[in-house]
Design a protein around this ligand. Structure first.
Ligand code: CTP
Ligand code: CA
Length: 228
């Protein structure tokens, strides 16, 4: 007798994943950015897709290829990431793994800023970028059922992440220690703390791919627990 293949637990579910850094222009050749590689977000998009979810990946500038079966958009700035994320809604699951620049340059110039002998360096005025995770977490009829954020922290990771979850209004926070020397930003491995209603779970150091699979399994379990 043939065993039927394991059913795909997230079939029929729509997921949106943000990943990578954003680049905020200063002028046509310069930008503000950060060290996010996009690896963790891409791995999560792939893992959700393997469990049957229909996954839209909204990616900042990375050198990665979209995982098999995952569609989506490539964007540069935080504002573009926000529009592309909203364009992909409604969804059952949103995972905000992107390292959105917290600030953008208020008035990027259309011409390259040139050095001029004797003049002092330019002064950049920064303004806050939209907080995509906080906006999506706002309670309303269209809120996705499960909104998951990341928290990149250096000191007192757990306390900061618990506070961040409350501030953002998301359901789960996956917290990482990104102190110098942890090799999380850009590296292949990650050590996460999962914070939810159920409390705090410390996961061991593992490959970002394995962390993604574990998170996707947890998401699937959440949907099967509070069926339909
Ligand atoms: N995030 C977002 N939009 C932003 C900033 C952050 O969607 N403009 C999301 C990230 O994708 C992540 C979560 O919010 O899921 C937390 O990001 P983080 O940078 O750790 O938190 P901030 O609220 O920006 O606080 P800070 O950087 O000051 O620690
Ligand atoms: Ca931030």
């Amino acid at each position: 007798q043939l065993l039927s293949p394991a059913p795909l637990p997230l079939i029929g579910r729509k997921a949106v994943v943000t990943a990578g850094p954003t680049h905020e222009p200063i002028d046509p050749v310069r930008f503000l950015g950060n060290r996010s590689s996009g690896l963790q977000g891409y791995a999560i998009a792939g893992a959700l897709s393997r469990l049957g979810a229909d996954v839209t990946l909204v990616s900042g500038p990375t050198s990665l290829e979209f995982p098999q079966g995952v569609h989506g958009a490539r964007v540069e700035t935080g504002e573009e990431m926000r529009s592309a994320t909203y364009a992909a809604l409604p969804a059952d699951i949103v995972v905000c793994a992107a390292a959105v620049a917290d600030w953008r340059v208020e008035h990027p110039t259309n011409s390259k800023i040139k050095k001029q002998a004797g003049q002092s360096p330019p002064v950049l005025t920064l303004v806050p970028n939209p907080d995509i995770l906080a906006e999506i977490s706002v309670v309303g009829p269209k809120r996705p059922r499960l909104v998951i954020g990341f928290a990149a922290e250096t000191d007192d990771v757990e306390a900061n992440a618990i506070a961040k979850r409350a501030r953002k209004g998301c359901d789960w926070i996956v917290a990482n220690d990104v102190s110098t020397g942890t090799n999380v930003m850009g590296g292949p491995e990650n050590r996460a703390i999962l914070i939810s209603d159920a409390g705090v779970e410390r996961w061991p150091l593992m490959l970002k791919d394995d962390l993604a699979s574990r998170l996707a399994e947890r998401i699937a379990k959440q949907f099967s627990d509070d069926a339909p």
